[in-house]
Structure formats: C-alpha cells, structure tokens
Design a protein around this ligand. Structure first.
Ligand code: 13P
Length: 262
C-alpha cells in the first residue's frame, strides 16, 4: 500500500492576518511549477485569527495545492466555553485538518488524552482530518519509557474510533526534546518509533488501517534533513515548525520530500 506523503507546516503563534496571507501566497508561488499530482499533501496551519485570510488566499489562487489546518479546536459545538473555538467554527473558516494533542498544548494548556480523544471523534464526525501528536520528553526517553508512553498516548487518542476513521487520521510523532531545539531525532530511531506506532495502530484497528494511516515525524525538520527522513520506510511526511515560517525553507522541504517519493 502506498501512502500519500504529507508535509504540514505548523506556524504556531506567529503572524498577523496580512502576514499569514502573504506567506500562504508565497508558499503557493514556491510550488507553482510543480504538477499537483506529484506533490505531497501540503498543509499549513495558521493561528485562528488568520484562518479566514489564509483560506481566502488559498481559494482565490484556485490551484488546490495547499490545504489548511487549525492548530487546535474544542470538541463542544457551541456554548459557554469562553476563549474556545469549535471544530464547526474552524471548518466554517475553511480548515480541513486540525492538529490536536501538540506537546505545547499538553504542557502549557493542560490538554489531556481524554480531551484529545473527544476532539479526534468530533473532527472525524465533521469530515475533517485530525493530526494527532504524540511524543516523549527527554526524561521519559532517558528513563527508557518512550515506547510505553507513546503507546498509551495513541491508544487513548484512538479509543472508540472505527477502523475507517483511524485509517483517515494522521499521527505526528514529535519527540519533545527535538522540538525547536535544532536537535533532530536520528532518522533510524524516528523510523523505529513510527514503526512501533504503526504496530500499535494495527493492534487497535487492524492491518488495513495500519497500512493506510499516515505517520509523520516532527522536531527540527529542515530542508537538509527531510530527504533522509523521507527515505525511511515508515515515515510518511513531516510536521514542520520553525522551518515552515518562510516560504523558501518550507518549499525546499516539500521539494526534498518529493525527491524520495516520486
Ligand atoms: P520545530 O520544527 O520548530 O522543531 O517544531 C516542530 C513542531 O512542534 C511542529 O508541530
């Protein structure tokens, strides 16, 4: 089974509306010469306040080469949840994907496995694709509990989803110690962990879902790391932070990923 690669840019808390639209346009310009059929799934995730502006830039272009994700969304539809934004709302703004369970959200905003599971269900119910993040801290890695920790995160996130829903989902393995540090996880080790995740998915949802689900690596992905990462059997793409903030480096990552997959 060949899985379509995904290169997703998580812009985190960066960029005003005009800057976001500018970056979206610049990303599309970087990819202008490339036949859409050859491209990986390219996704960009602006802040909530820029979703409208980025969606407008992407739809005005009409090239259909770049999709949009929200960086989070709440599982309730509406109500007295001050400061939250629902999945319906990000869908209304044009998002087709939602990143959930990012380590920064778990760490700074108390997002729990149970919330992540509720969000995954809601996102899939509304026909969007969850990008479910998991990953271990340095302390967990040093204590030798990386695999068991990630296994429990994945089991909790996917709890109660059908095999079809699991197959459609995307997982991003992001070791916390590799995020924003310039310390990329060794690609063989990332591939090993991602293979382990695929095996956990197989146990939960069966072989077909495990073959279909795209599992990305994230953590200091750069233009000069992506080719080796994409050459590994189980790594289906990348969730990129810092290097997605300029069209040039993000474009290079997309093109680097294609060298390994075309
Ligand atoms: P960096 O690429 O900046 O390390 O961030 C990775 C990340 O957290 C993407 O979600």
């Amino acid at each position: 089974m060949s899985r379509r690669p995904v290169i997703a840019g998580n812009w985190k808390m960066h960029k005003l509306q005009s800057e976001s639209a500018e970056l979206a346009n610049a990303v599309m310009k970087e990819l202008k010469e490339i036949d859409k059929a050859l491209l990986p799934e390219v996704v960009i995730a602006p802040v909530f306040t820029s979703l409208y502006a980025v969606n407008k830039a992407l739809t005005d272009c009409g090239c259909g080469k770049v999709k949009m994700a929200a960086q989070n969304a709440y599982f309730e539809t509406q109500g007295a949840f001050t400061g939250e934004v629902s999945v319906e709302m990000v869908k209304d703004a044009g998002a087709e994907y939602v990143i959930i369970g990012h380590s920064e959200r778990r760490q700074y905003f108390g997002e729990t496995d149970e919330m992540i599971n509720k969000k995954a269900k809601k996102i899939l119910d509304l026909g969007l694709i969850p990008i479910i993040c998991c990953g271990e801290s340095l302390e967990q890695r040093e204590a030798g509990v990386t695999d068991s920790h990630i296994e429990s995160q994945i089991k909790a996130a996917l709890n109660g989803l059908s095999a079809e829903e699991v197959a459609k989902s995307i997982i991003a393995y992001e070791p916390i110690w590799a995020i924003g540090t310039g310390k990329t996880c060794d690609s063989d080790e990332a591939n090993r962990v991602i293979g382990m995740i695929r095996n956990v998915v197989k146990g939960i949802a069966g072989a077909n879902a495990a073959d279909s689900i795209r599992i990305l690596y994230g953590g200091s992905v750069k233009p000069n790391t992506i080719e080796e990462q994409m050459s590994k059997s189980d790594i289906d793409g990348a969730l990129v932070g810092g290097a997605s903030l300029t069209a040039e480096s993000f474009g290079q990552i997309v093109k680097g990923a294609m060298k390994q997959t075309v």
